[in-house]
Design a protein around this ligand. Structure first.
Ligand code: ZN
Length: 269
């Protein structure tokens, strides 16, 4: 992915700011992992500088440190080749949010899934197979979560039957595939517009315990359990940028951006 000029400028400015004293939990969101060496270096750094915990442990009693949980979205073969061996080496727990409809796809079906459902054009992407997903699910460090059947683009207009198929049926399918209780859900595309009240309601009806966006921010027991923030950081961003981000240096800017966006949305209605 390109490191856009304005993001590079933003990161450069943020890295000059003093680091705030933050304690609490942050949740990282990754997708496919192409560069195993860069991923390993950053995971080693993460382990040395933060307390890396499972999603379950993010929400237990707060401590005087920064807890970081690791999550992945969609369902890529690179989880098996590049991510899991590194996580295993450093003994780092992780949750993988999977589209049940993507598991085991190959050839044109797989390419269409990535292009049409995920808006991803890269041609190196490969879907995870069922045996690979089952191997992840059986590993004591790893957990599997729901992410809809088809990486569905929810809006406030999505009808109830579609919500049921994409959320409830997907959860049943994942349980069947992995033999695990599926407790956590991540909204495809992950912005607040994809987590409309009716979508949140169906996630609760399905029996999920918590649901996650990709809106940056801290996670705590006080956070609304149906819209828990996650930070989507990239491996090409420096350790200093990651550190600033995980300490909450970006949070005030993100909040301002969201407020501005909501005001714009209201004025267009
Ligand atoms: Zn996704």
């Amino acid at each position: 992915m390109r490191y856009r000029f304005r993001n590079r400028l933003r990161d450069q400015m943020i890295s000059w700011l003093p680091t705030p004293k933050f304690t609490g939990a942050r949740i990282l969101c990754f997708h496919d992992v192409q560069d195993k060496t860069a991923f390993a270096e950053r995971m080693s750094w993460l382990k040395n500088n933060f307390s890396v915990v499972s999603l379950d442990d993010c929400f237990t009693e707060s401590t005087d440190e920064i807890k970081v949980a690791i999550t992945f979205d969609d369902g890529f073969r690179s989880w098996i080749t590049n991510a899991a061996p590194v996580l295993e080496k450093y003994n780092l727990p992780a949750t993988f949010f999977v589209n049940s409809g993507l598991v085991g796809l190959t050839g044109t079906d797989m390419q269409n899934f990535f292009k049409i459902n995920c808006f991803r054009k890269e041609d190196h992407l490969t879907a995870i197979s069922l045996p690979e997903l089952q191997a992840l699910a059986q590993h004591s460090l790893f957990d599997i979560g729901g992410h809809t059947k088809d990486h569905f683009l929810f809006s406030e207009k999505t009808d109830k039957e579609m919500l049921r198929q994409q959320i409830v049926d997907d959860k049943v399918a994942l349980k069947k595939m992995t033999g695990l209780a599926i407790n956590y859900f991540a909204y495809p595309f992950g912005q607040m517009i994809h987590a409309a009240p009716a979508v949140q309601e169906m996630v609760a009806t399905a029996g999920y315990k918590k649901a996650f966006t990709i809106v940056p921010g801290a996670a705590s027991q006080q956070t609304n359990p149906w819209t828990i923030n996650r930070d989507s950081l990239e491996l090409y961003q420096s350790e200093r940028v990651w550190s600033q981000w995980l300490h909450g240096t970006y949070d005030p800017f993100v909040k301002k951006k969201i407020k501005l966006y909501e005001r714009l949305q209201r004025s267009y209605r």
